[in-house]
Design a protein. Structure first.
Length: 253
């Protein structure tokens, strides 16, 4: 099995606070990999490091063998890494369709001038982008509201729209930051199956942050546990769940 993501002693300090401290692990292609830990453990900071939103203080990261440690976010996106956010970051005044279409611009060849002039290439790409965006909206059951503004969607629908937008980048690695936040038990069960389905349909590797322990334990192939920025456990769910350090730091007695 090929390593798709390698994190090598990645560290990020904010002044005297070390948010991510010498973290190392590998994610294998095709895995659903969970990242858990108490609030403030450094999980979202680690996602920000992987996607280039925050530069590391030290350490390296490799994607399919390529060193992306110093790469800018848009370069990392074109390489095949996409993410959702803990705090949803949709364009509220744009429609659902437009939100998904915007994400596809990293894969278009026609420039701004071609778009303004309405060249045949630009018109063809625009239609292809629209068609694919509608396909993704159907996947997340929002195609009937394609023209509705994103700000008018419920919290759960905004979560699904954000996943559709991330998929529009045609990623190889999808990072989901608390995708089950705000969902009830039935919705979380449906989310688990949805993540499995998109992994198969799009040939994805998935890394997710999630606080709902049953969801993580039932969904993930392997799990990493952070506490105070440090990796304290890594392994299959059954091993992690019974690790004394994890029980003490996070799961509780």
């Amino acid at each position: 099995m090929q390593t798709i993501l390698k994190i090598d002693r990645l560290t990020r300090a904010f002044g005297g606070l070390v948010a991510v401290d010498q973290v190392s692990f590998e994610v294998q292609e095709g895995e659903i990999f969970g990242l858990i830990g108490p609030n403030g453990a450094g999980k979202t900071t680690l996602f920000n490091l992987i996607t280039g939103l925050t530069p590391p203080t030290s350490g390296k990261q490799f994607f399919l063998g390529e060193d992306l440690t110093a790469a800018r976010p848009h370069i990392i996106a074109t390489k095949g890494i996409a993410r959702t956010f803990q705090n949803i970051r949709l364009f509220g005044n744009l429609s659902a369709l437009e939100n998904v279409m915007v994400a596809q611009h990293v894969h278009t060849r026609s420039g701004v001038l071609s778009g303004v002039l309405g060249t045949p290439t630009a018109r063809r790409e625009q239609q292809q982008s629209r068609d694919y965006a509608m396909e993704l909206l159907r996947l997340v059951h929002l195609d009937d509201r394609a023209e509705a503004q994103a700000r008018n969607f419920s919290y759960g629908d905004q979560r699904r729209l954000e996943i559709a937008r991330a998929l529009a980048l045609r990623p190889k690695l999808l990072l989901l930051d608390e995708p089950g936040a705000g969902m009830n038990s039935n919705e979380k069960a449906g989310l688990s199956q949805f993540i499995r389905d998109i992994r198969a349909q799009f040939n994805l590797t998935v890394v997710l942050i999630e606080h709902h322990v049953p969801l993580v334990m039932g969904l993930c192939d392997r799990i990493a546990v952070l506490n105070f920025g440090q990796l304290i456990a890594l392994g299959v769910p059954s091993a992690v769940q019974n690790d004394p350090a994890v029980v003490e730091a996070y799961l509780g007695e």
